[in-house]
Design a protein around this ligand. Structure first.
Ligand code: SAM
Ligand code: SF4
Length: 346
């Protein structure tokens, strides 16, 4: 086992009434960032010399479990663990094993993970054993040199081996690729073909203005509407009626038989059906990815709140979930939100 001790009994749902926001949307999906640290430094995500949070500011594994369990008690049925890189956090597998009790109880329908894949050869079996069925792996290129450049030092072979280990462990793997105009746009059809040939779904993501980075985002931004038209010049894309309550829209590529998703926060509005909230590794609840709204749940639990008081704090925060976001990439403009994606979790 890990240093992390057995889960608290507060796991059982206290109040099954749905978590509903002020606009009548029910929140059933929590993304939980377990660390702001990472073994890579992707150019669109982090600056080269990041200052990471002092340990005392980051939730302990017990605190992460308590908060996640409180949300599950309030009707969250889908939990995605993210970061930073979740698998670099010490004791991570213990947390996942602990949280899997909510799968066993039926309170949680799905426990998933978003990872850069570098640690998967070590952890894939354990994830599968804990009841994780699907994971997202971020991969923007199959060119080793470009991968090294985009991640500032990463080793592509490790990630590919990690994906293979995950598939061998029985995990369903979806690739997330950020579309970057100059760096990988031309290669994306090859990446999609490669992935579909290995039974991997792919989701393309537009760059979002989150946190200060060195690069000018207007130079990186590629509209997926444009990209989709290009793909349609040689592929047949069939819309799929699949909705996750999130920003992704899915198509099937007739020629490859694989599924392709488009996440278009910049060129599309998807807020009406939003069912998700995000909790950072410092216990800050962001009920909207693109707004600066924040509720400090760490202060609530470190202040000695009872489970009932924690529940009240969560309900209050969800009640104030903003109607929508307002991303805009304009040259020289400040990021829409100051926090990095690695803090909020993707
Ligand atoms: N380290 C893990 C990974 O890379 O999958 C999990 C955290 S990472 C922040 C989650 C996702 O956010 C990744 O797919 C990454 O490509 C994406 N991401 C990071 N910064 C972004 C940005 N500025 N715009 C769009 N996507 C971003
Ligand atoms: Fe790390 Fe993921 Fe951000 Fe890349 S996108 S720097 S892997 S947290």
């Amino acid at each position: 086992m890990t240093p992390y001790d057995a889960p608290s009994p507060q796991a059982a749902p206290r109040n099954p009434a749905a978590l509903m926001d002020g606009y009548g949307r029910t929140v059933t999906y929590l993304r939980l960032s377990v660390t702001d640290r990472c073994d890579l430094r992707c150019v669109y995500c982090m600056s080269e010399h990041m200052t990471f949070l002092p340990k005392v500011e980051v939730l302990t594994l017990e605190e992460l479990d308590r908060l996640a369990s409180a949300f599950i008690g309030l009707g969250v049925t889908k939990l995605r663990i993210t970061g930073g890189e979740p698998l670099v956090r010490k004791g991570m597998m213990g947390l996942i094993q602990g949280l899997s009790r909510h799968l066993a109880s039926g309170a949680l329908e799905e426990l998933t993970l978003t990872t850069n894949g570098t640690q998967l050869t070590q952890f894939a079996q354990g994830l599968a054993a804990a009841g994780v069925r699907r994971i997202n792996v971020s991969l923007d290129t199959l060119k080793p040199d470009l991968f090294r450049k985009l991640t500032r030092g990463g080793d592509l072979a490790k990630v590919v081996a990690g994906i293979e280990a995950a598939q061998a462990a029985g995990l369903r793997v979806k690739l997330n690729a950020v579309a970057l105009k100059d760096d990988n746009a031309a290669e994306l059809p090859d990446l999609i073909r490669w992935a579909h040939g290995r039974d991997l779904d792919v989701t393309l993501i537009e760059t979002m203005p989150m946190g200060e980075i060195e690069a000018d985002r207007t130079d990186q931004y590629l509209s997926l509407t444009t990209l989709r038209s290009e793909l349609e010049s040689f592929w047949t894309l069939k819309d799929l009626p699949l909705s996750t309550g999130g920003p992704a829209r899915y198509v099937e590529v007739a020629e490859t038989g694989g599924r392709l998703g488009f996440i278009t926060p910049m060129s599309h509005n998807f807020c009406e059906a939003c069912n998700r909230v995000r909790l950072t590794c410092t216990g800050t609840l962001h009920s909207c990815l693109g707004q600066d709204d924040a509720s400090d749940l760490r202060a609530v639990i470190r202040g000695g709140a009872s489970d009932a008081e924690l529940e009240d704090a969560i309900r209050l925060a969800i009640d104030g979930k903003p109607k929508g976001h307002d991303f805009l990439i304009a040259r020289s403009s400040a990021p829409a939100v100051a926090r990095h994606m690695s803090t909020t979790g993707g």
